[in-house]
Design a protein around this ligand. Structure first.
Ligand code: HEC
Length: 135
């Protein structure tokens, strides 16, 4: 390999990591600003603020429906790769769930989890962001 091709290879590595960063940042935006996943998947402090140290690690919900809703869940699972969900469903299961709204058994999630049917490229950004949260 001559110096020029080494330089080009080096630049490619650099631009790849810039691309990865942009993808993670887009995923963060979709999770935090569009899907608002943290509102249900992050525990709150006594002050009512979201607990930044347990970001998206699953929570006990602090709200309930005014009328009974069948299957209502009072807890949400952790969404980071350290949680059980990634073990149980693997990345592919979570990916399919966010694209189709269906879990690996073919059913929908219980309320109040919304049924998202996202574009695959958006889901890939979300997964890149969630992976970046691995402790
Ligand atoms: C309004 C509250 C709420 C919001 C907003 C929310 N979730 Fe959930 N989510 C839940 C609850 C409650 C469950 C548990 C439902 C269940 O086990 O069937 C859940 C379950 C899940 C599951 C596992 C599904 C299952 O059947 O076990 C995934 C994956 C998930 N959420 C991802 C997300 C993502 C990604 C976002 C944001 C784009 C999000 N959630 C936003 C409440 C919410």
């Amino acid at each position: 390999m001559n110096l020029i091709s080494m330089g080009i290879a080096g630049l490619m590595v650099l631009s790849l990591s810039a691309q990865d960063k942009a993808k993670i940042e887009f995923g963060r935006y979709l999770v935090e600003e569009v899907g608002k996943c943290q509102e249900c998947h992050t525990p709150k402090l006594e002050s009512g603020e979201l607990d930044r140290t347990k970001w998206l690690e699953g929570a006990v919900l602090d709200f309930a429906p005014m009328k009974p809703v069948p299957g209502w869940h009072t807890t949400s699972p952790g969404l980071t790769p350290d949680g059980r969900l990634w073990d149980r469903w693997k990345e592919e299961g979570i990916r399919n769930f966010l694209i189709t709204g269906l879990n690996p058994k073919g059913g929908k999630a219980d309320a109040p989890m919304p049924t998202y049917k996202m574009k695959a490229s958006d889901v890939d950004a979300i997964l890149a962001y969630l992976k970046s949260l691995k402790k």
